[in-house]
Ligand binder design. Structure first.
Ligand code: ADP
Ligand code: MG
Length: 253
């Protein structure tokens, strides 16, 4: 496990939608450089937890602290600027512009924060960053193609590029391998791990493929009907009786 301090603290977070309790007093402490996975059956509250962290939903109770600053209820753009980027369960690539333009737009949204002049000064940096990202995901040859012409798996790769283009220190990946071929899944997993190590990035991952989760995670938390029922290393989770009963045993998710 990574030795860094806690970068993200989720403290007693609850979220209700009307009468439905999607999250119930969930707590997490994610350390710097860690790959931390959230697993659990469909409807367990995994995406809702990400939406609360990323500012898309205000929690009904509890708080979220990032690098020592409380971010509970801040708008998503503020949270992104502070260094948290999120990919969506459903892809958010712009289909009608090129692959390279997609990444450039994301990278510029980051550079533009410090004002127009600064973003002009940094135009060359943006190009370097776009090229680097496309190369590391094997998308450099597709740079000038419209994003809609990418395969589904390539669009998922592009989506991760878009999130990384904003230079986050914490990356939230919501089922990044959904719809990927087994080969793409293997490659994407290795790549995320490598990028996390290279950049000292902390990764919070929602993933249903147990071979991916067990292979990539430093720690895993298990959600079940909005409650955290277990947390620990892959080995500990694999042999946790409650987890096996609620999720791993016979789950088709
Ligand atoms: P998971 O990602 O673990 O599959 P979700 O976080 O998407 O689960 O959903 C948890 C529960 O909250 C589900 O019962 C879902 O139907 C409900 N839910 C999620 N988002 C909303 C919303 N915006 N409005 C109403 N109910 C929602
Ligand atoms: Mg989900």
């Amino acid at each position: 496990m990574a030795a860094g301090g806690v970068v993200l603290e989720v403290d007693g977070v609850s979220k209700s939608f009307g009468a439905l309790s999607a999250l119930s007093r969930v707590g997490l402490a994610v350390s710097e450089g860690e790959v931390f996975s959230i697993i659990g059956p469909n409807g367990a509250g995994k995406s809702t937890l990400f939406n609360v962290i990323a500012g898309l939903h205000a929690p009904s109770a509890g708080r979220v602290v990032f690098r020592g600053h409380e971010i509970t209820g801040l708008p998503p753009e503020r949270i992104n600027r502070l260094g948290i980027a999120k990919t969506f369960q459903i892809t958010n690539v712009f289909p009608e512009i090129s692959v390279g333009e997609n990444v450039r737009v994301a990278a510029q949204s980051r550079s533009a924060d410090s004002g127009r002049v600064a973003s002009l000064w940094r135009a060359a940096d943006v190009e370097v960053r776009v090229t680097e990202l496309l190369e590391s995901f094997g998308l450099a040859v597709k740079r000038d193609e419209l994003a809609q012409h990418l395969s589904h798996g390539e669009q998922r790769y592009l989506e991760i590029c878009l999130a990384l283009a904003t230079e986050p220190t914490l990356l939230l990946l919501d089922e990044p391998t959904a719809g990927m071929t087994p080969g793409e899944t293997r490659d994407a997993t290795a790549l995320v791990r490598k990028i996390a190590l290279q950049r000292g990035l902390t990764v919070l991952l929602i993933e249903h493929d147990m071979s991916v989760v067990m292979g990539i995670s430093d720690r895993i938390a298990v959600l079940h009907f909005g409650e955290k029922i277990a947390e620990g290393t892959p080995e500990a989770i694999r042999s946790d009786a409650r987890v096996i009963e609620a999720y791993l045993g016979g789950a088709d998710d």
